[in-house]
Design a protein around this ligand. Structure first.
Ligand code: HEC
Length: 95
């Protein structure tokens, strides 16, 4: 008889309370803003954005109808600030 035991207790990702803009971006934004935001995908490239921090924060919170989901219920201000910090740190080495 084959016996398979499944453990479900270890599913919580480690370090979930740590603020890490790169990880937050990779999990929530990266599937539309390609290559970590360095390339256009479903959404535009974010590296070297000329937008203000406030614009980006508002976009993350409220999204854009028909284009980008709102993340105001997902991320608090601190997490959004970390994501913006990550975007500001992106190097656009394409040009
Ligand atoms: C479902 C795909 C999708 C996801 C997920 C997504 N975006 Fe977007 N995003 C878009 C699209 C499409 C646009 C362009 C909207 C428009 O027409 O202005 C956009 C626009 C933006 C802009 C404005 C760019 C500009 O200069 O006009 C920012 C900033 C941005 N996204 C950041 C993020 C961040 C940060 C996340 C993760 C928290 C994220 N996006 C998640 C699709 C997405």
């Amino acid at each position: 008889m084959l016996h398979v035991s499944i453990t479900t207790a270890q599913q919580a990702p480690a370090g979930q309370d740590k603020l890490d803009g790169e990880t937050l971006f990779a999990t929530t934004c990266g599937w539309c803003h390609a290559d970590g935001g360095r390339e256009a995908g479903k959404g535009p490239k974010l590296a070297n954005s000329q937008r203000t921090d406030d614009f980006i924060a508002q976009r993350i919170k409220h999204g854009k109808e028909g284009a980008m989901p709102a993340f105001g219920g997902t991320y608090n201000d601190e997490q959004i600030a970390e994501i913006i910090r990550y975007i500001r740190g992106l190097k656009d080495d394409a040009g």
